[in-house]
Design a protein around this ligand. Structure first.
Ligand code: CTP
Length: 409
């Protein structure tokens, strides 16, 4: 089973075209690829072909508001098991050796705490230049591993060392470095729908009714399911999180949009509703911004939102085989969660105590840990307090076991 992730930096050299073949090999093996394209790299391969093959958006700009809002370079640099530079140009090697950080690729290389692997490609004179030799030695002593370059005829017409290693050789080195197990995961061929984050219900063009959900637990679950080989559709309310690698994210704002997105995503083998859906929405958003001093505070009347979990769990041809709900409670955890399991018709409820009595909100909502109680029709299971990623891994494994048992467990 493979669940590895590579952050691929494509530098500017003729050999960049080989990065595309490498991406195909990695994706075929189930290794997720998140691509970064340098400005020079974009002269050789297009963002479109790179993102189509990687099945992920190409990051190119350090200061792009869109990308930064989705994922800052620090987070980006930690989002994979390995950072791979293909081709590693003389310039990229020099930047990395000196700790320069003037674009997304070099900043990522400086910010990462993950192993870095480089496949150099450059003219033989550049490769043999004392400056490159020094940079190579520095990078090696910094722990960077190198594949190639090979010796041979180069695009510039010269002969010698500097030709980039072949994609197959890089692929093998990556697999070995990752210790990747290339057998398919237990959720291969399965589709799992996950809802996560808060919803935001408009009051007027500038105000919304929302809640404190960070989306962290739902995102971690989506990522853990993808790691086990599932095709994951993550229907997410507004969060500050980047989509986990290998997950298809659909961004929505309101509960009604979330409901429609979930419906459109069916059929699914399992659905995991982690979203903190607003129970109510203003019955109609004010078309213009509400202003003070025009007859006192406005009255906002609310109407109930559809229960997305209950809708998914309702019997019907498209009911996922396994429907999992969450219950965030401030009190009477077990009783409330058990009642929810019945009321919503789902198969499991993952209940957690979000802590009550604090005006600042529960300790767990937004935090990095969770302590959950899993309730199903057979009984219940209390899991020790753990990081959200660990809870996600356990839950994904439980879902995989249940689906492969045909719903018997
Ligand atoms: N949920 C949903 N759609 C809603 C409300 C909740 O899909 N409109 C799902 C949540 O994603 C979660 C579960 O239902 O999996 C429980 O959510 P929670 O907010 O705890 O339950 P409520 O239905 O709001 O019940 P209560 O008001 O009693 O807390």
């Amino acid at each position: 089973m493979n669940h590895k992730r590579v952050l691929l930096i494509v530098g500017g050299g003729v050999a960049a075209y080989k990065a595309l073949a490498l991406v195909r090999l990695l994706r075929k093996a189930g290794i997720a690829v998140r691509p970064i394209l340098t400005a020079a790299g974009a002269r050789f391969v297009t963002p479109l072909s790179l993102s189509a093959l990687a099945e992920d958006a190409v990051r190119a700009d350090l200061f792009s508001l869109g990308d930064e809002a989705e994922m800052g370079h620090i987070q980006l640099s930690r989002s994979a098991d390995l950072v791979l530079v293909v081709p590693a140009t003389a310039d990229l090697m020099a930047k990395a050796a000196h700790g320069l950080a003037d674009d997304l690729a070099s900043t990522t290389l400086l910010a990462t705490d993950k192993p870095v692997m480089m496949a150099p490609a450059m003219n033989v004179r550049m490769w043999l230049h004392p400056a490159t030799r020094r940079n190579l030695a520095t990078l090696k002593s910094d722990g960077v591993t190198f594949i190639g370059p090979d010796e041979g005829a180069m695009a510039c017409g010269e002969y010698g060392p500097g030709r980039m290693a072949e994609p197959e050789a890089i692929f093998e080195a990556v697999v070995a470095a990752l210790g990747a197990d290339l057998s398919p995961g237990p959720l291969a061929g399965r589709h799992v729908l996950v809802t996560a984050g808060p919803t935001a219900e408009p009051i007027d063009p500038v105000r919304v009714l929302t809640n404190r959900s960070s989306g962290k637990q739902g995102y971690a679950i989506a990522g853990a399911l993808a790691v086990l080989g599932a095709r994951v559709t993550l229907v997410s309310g507004p969060t500050a999180l980047a989509p986990p690698l290998g997950v298809d994210r659909l961004n929505i704002e309101t509960a009604l949009e979330m409901e429609a997105a979930c419906r459109n995503a069916l059929p699914a083998d399992a659905a995991v509703c982690v979203a903190a859906v607003s129970d109510w929405r203003p019955d109609a958003a004010f078309p213009l911004k509400l202003k003070k001093g025009t007859g006192g505070p406005p009255t906002v009347s609310l109407v109930e939102n559809p229960d997305i979990l209950a809708g998914l769990a309702a019997a019907g041809p498209h009911r996922p085989g396994l429907v999992v709900g969450f219950a965030a409670e401030t009190h009477d955890l077990e009783d409330n969660a058990r009642a929810k399991l019945k009321r919503k018709g789902c198969d499991w409820i993952v209940a957690n105590d979000v802590g009550g009595g604090q005006a600042g909100g529960g300790a767990i909502m937004g935090g990095d840990e969770n302590e959950v109680l899993i309730i199903d029709r057979q009984g219940e299971e209390r899991w020790p307090r753990a990081g959200k990623a660990e809870v996600a891994r356990r839950l994904a494994a439980r879902i995989a076991a249940s689906l492969s048992s045909g719903g018997k467990i």
